[in-house]
Structures are given as C-alpha cells and as structure tokens.
Design a protein around this ligand. Structure first.
Ligand code: 5GP
Ligand code: SF4
Ligand code: MG
Length: 465
C-alpha cells in the first residue's frame, strides 16, 4: 500500500490526491482520502480503482476541504482476499475521546487476529476485515491524555510491519515500526509538511525531501513544527530489501540511495555472477528494466526492448485473482518479433514467484523465433511468503518453495535460469561485505525464511517456519 499526508497548506486534499497518484504502483485496488476543516469537520471519500479516475473531479475534491488531509492506496495483503469491499478501503476514521483520528497504514500486522478477538470480546465493533482497523480500536480504548500518546499505546501492542500516517483535528502524525520494514519519508511543502511512503510522491507536489522517518520513530506535526519521539524499544533496523528490488518506484530514494541505481547495480552483479553468451539483453518491463540495463552495461551485450509493455495495464501481480493474473501477462506484454527472431536472448526480470510471468514470456519469445532463452532474475528465489505487507501467495504456490534452481529451469523449459545470490543482492544495495548472517541488515524473509518478526497469526493457522 501507499500512504500520504499533508498539513499546513490550503486544499491539502488536492496535494494528497497527487501524492497518491505517484504512489499508485503500491496499490491499485482502491484509494481514499480523509480531510479536516474546522467548519466541516472530518470528511472522507473512499473509492475503488485508480486515483486519477476518482480524485480529480472538482465535485469530489470540494467535499474534502481543509489544510490537513491524509490518504491511502490499497493493495490487499490481509483481510478479505479477492475483491476489496469498500469498508476495507482506508483511511479508517474513528470518533472517540478528544475528537478522534483517521489512520492510513502500510504494512501488515502479524498479531491482528489475536488483537481483533480480544478487542471484540471487550466490546469493540469492527467495521472492516482489515488488520489495520485494530489500531483505531486500541487508540479508542487507551487511557492516555492525548491522541499521539494513545497511538503510542496502541502501537506498542501491535506486532509486524507498519508505516502509519494519521491525523487528528490539528496534527499530522507519522510512525514507523521499530524495524522500519516499510518506508516513510518527511517532506516540506510551502509553509506545511508532507509524509509519504516514497520520495517520488514528494516530487510530484513540489515538496522538498527532508529526511526519512527513522525506524521506531513517531513524528507529530502541527503548525508549530515537527516533534519527534521514540516510543518503542530500540531494535536493529530491518528494512524490506524487496522495496529496492521491485516494490518502490525507480525514481525514489531509499536509505540515501536511488532505487534506479540499486537496480542497475543488481543487474551488474547478476552479469558478474552468471554470465552467458547471447545476442541481446531484454528486460521484462517495467520491473526488470533497470537491472537489464545494468546487465547489459556490465556484459557488453546490447540492450534491446524485445518485449513491449502496454502502458494502459497496471501491475499484473497485484490483481488479486489467478485468472486475471494469467490473462494479465498477455494483456500487458507483447514480443517485439522483428527484433527477437533468430536471436539468443537474455531476459531479465525482478522476481519469479509463481512462475506465471516467466512461463508465458518464454512461450511468447520462442513463438517469435528466438534461438535461445536465458532468464536472469534480480532477486534470489522467492521461497517464503511475506507477512509484512507484500502479497506473496501461500508457500505451496511459490515455485522456489519446492524446486531447486535446476528444477525450475526444467519446469520453465528455458536454456538457463539464474537468480542473483543473496550476497550479490546485499552488495548491490551497498553492503560491500554482503549479508551479515549474525545480524542481517535487511528483512529478506521471502528469500531466506529468516522472519524478523514472528508471524503469530500465521503460526496459529499452522504455518511452519
Ligand atoms: P510470477 O509471475 O512468477 O508469479 O510473479 C513474478 C512477477 O510478478 C514479476 O514480474 C514481478 O515483477 C511481479 N510482481 C508484482 N508484484 C509482486 C510482488 O508483490 N511480489 C513479487 N515477488 N513479485 C511481484
Ligand atoms: Fe520485504 Fe520479503 Fe521481508 Fe516481505 S518478506 S518485508 S517482501 S523482504
Ligand atoms: Mg514484472
């Protein structure tokens, strides 16, 4: 998901709509905005579909007045799978002591089932099936004297990954979980402030990137400025390494590094680790593009757009059902036949999850008359599900959960298939010594099975680590 908030500028909701549009790659199912204005109070609009189709008309933006607003773009990783219900669309708003609050959450709460059971027993009335709603109920029940302290109280009970943007009648609040699994950044816009999942959304509203919110940090922003707290026990950070590989936009800055440059470096590492003789390096667009450029630069093999992406299709993986995903590949990608015929082709993609994309692409490339097909993948094999806000399927559906690299090559029937090593990936994100196995610098659980937060709900349901 993507979260965004603005305080201290006129018509804040317009800025939020723009910010959410720049974060659309983080969630395409639905979006919502909540605003606050002293005359109109809290106002909210939540819609299915793209930001550009919902939050551009004057008619709707007029209903969201004020100098304070937050928003969310949704990609379902918890709660009801399949079509999102409108009640599951964030931000969530709750009225309770001291005026209430609205929250937008990116990540996944790993003890949400247990919390929800407990809260319901004690009388909370849930409106949605989303894990994030627990935060509002915990806040409503807290006995603290002000909303930021209630939020600290609430979040100390929550386990897992959370980057939260929240608002009261006067404050914009941003928090990251102690490991800092999901991103969150602070920007300055005119006399006001912005919080965003990624820097690319600050650019779109002309805000200056100030800094990242630190893991475990809470910032409370009012017209007086930014106050910072550290309400949790300090832990060694474990940022999601897959944000660098796939999830974030290439024009964002993560941990002081351009995502684009990191991806290009991954491609270079791949070319060093697993070279192969071929005529062309082609990305599987768009997610494989920077890595393919890196591979080409390192190997000297020409880069070419052998697969053309239909710009009117979104991210296929994020479509929740198998059927749509299957069709999705063909709706989205087409082979540039004239270029491919008779060639030995290296295809670079960011990841292999179920193998749907790679299988279809290989068929399409061979149909077009390629002589050889070599896959190079910009992440290690995805062998474990993510429980922290990226929607990987159950373990059984992951190709790498049951097959070795060679078995996957066989299954996909390609001439070669190589994944970047975990140390190669760490080098590409700037860890020159590779992964520190004693104290890993990132979350990489989907590749290693080393889960930095115990996925309690999943273990209750029988998941074995
Ligand atoms: P597959 O087709 O193997 O199931 O999925 C791999 C493709 O899904 C890649 O092309 C990758 O770009 C895309 N993808 C989109 N979203 C995600 C995600 O959340 N996780 C992973 N691992 N891959 C994703
Ligand atoms: Fe990121 Fe993978 Fe960790 Fe999920 S399991 S947070 S995708 S590194
Ligand atoms: Mg892709």
């Amino acid at each position: 998901c993507g979260v965004f908030g603005v305080v201290g500028v006129a018509d804040a909701s317009n800025f939020v709509a723009l910010g959410l549009h720049a974060l659309q790659h983080r969630g395409q199912e639905a979006g919502g905005i909540v605003s606050y204005d002293p005359t109109d109070g809290f106002q909210s609009a939540r819609r299915f579909g793209y930001v550009r189709d919902n939050f551009t008309s004057q008619k709707i933006m007029e209903t969201l007045p004020g100098e304070l607003a937050i928003g969310h773009v949704r990609y379902s990783t918890s709660g009801n799978k399949g079509p999102t219900a409108i009640r599951d669309v964030q931000p969530f708003f709750g009225e309770f002591a001291m005026g209430g609050a609205a929250i937008a959450h990116n990540g996944n709460i790993t003890n949400a089932n247990a919390l929800r059971r407990e809260l319901i027993e004690r009388g909370s009335i849930f409106q949605s099936s989303s894990d994030s709603e627990c935060i509002i109920h915990l806040m409503a029940r807290s006995l603290q004297r002000n909303i930021p302290e209630r939020m600290e109280d609430a979040l100390r009970r929550v386990e897992g990954a959370f980057s939260v943007v929240a608002m009261t009648r006067t404050k914009l609040i941003g928090v990251r979980d102690p490991l800092g699994v999901r991103p969150l950044v602070l920007g300055k816009v005119g006399d006001g402030w912005a919080l965003s999942s990624e820097t690319c959304a600050l650019d779109i509203i002309g805000a200056d990137f100030v800094r990242e919110i630190e893991p475990g940090e809470m910032v409370v922003i009012t017209d007086k400025g930014v106050e910072s707290h550290f309400p949790f026990r300090r832990l060694e950070p474990r940022f999601c390494i897959f944000e660098h590989v796939y999830f974030s936009r290439p024009d964002s800055i993560l941990g002081g590094r351009s995502v684009y440059e990191t991806r290009e470096a991954i491609g270079r590492e791949l070319a060093k680790e697993s070279p192969v003789e071929a005529d062309l390096v082609c990305p599987v667009p768009d997610s494989g593009t920077p890595a393919a450029i890196g591979f080409s630069l390192q190997s000297g093999i020409p880069y070419a757009m052998g697969i053309i992406r239909n710009q009117y299709m979104g991210r296929t993986f994020i479509e929740p059902t198998e059927q749509i995903r299957n069709m999705g590949v063909r709706l989205k990608l087409n082979v540039n036949r004239a270029l491919i015929k008779g060639k030995r082709v290296i295809l670079v993609d960011d990841s292999v999850v179920r193998g749907t994309t790679s299988r279809k692409i290989k068929e399409m490339i061979l149909d077009a008359g390629a002589k050889e097909v070599h896959f190079r993948i910009a992440s290690p094999p995805t062998a474990w599900p993510c429980f922290y806000g990226v929607d990987t399927p159950q373990r059984e559906k992951l190709l790498a959960a049951t097959m070795s690299e060679e078995e996957m090559r066989d299954h996909l029937q390609v001439d070669s298939l190589k994944f970047i090593s975990i140390d190669g990936l760490y080098r590409a994100v700037g860890e020159t010594e590779g992964r520190n196995d004693e104290c890993p610098q990132y979350c990489d659980a989907c590749f290693t099975g080393d889960y930095p937060v115990r996925p309690a709900d999943q273990i209750d349901k029988g998941f074995e680590m």
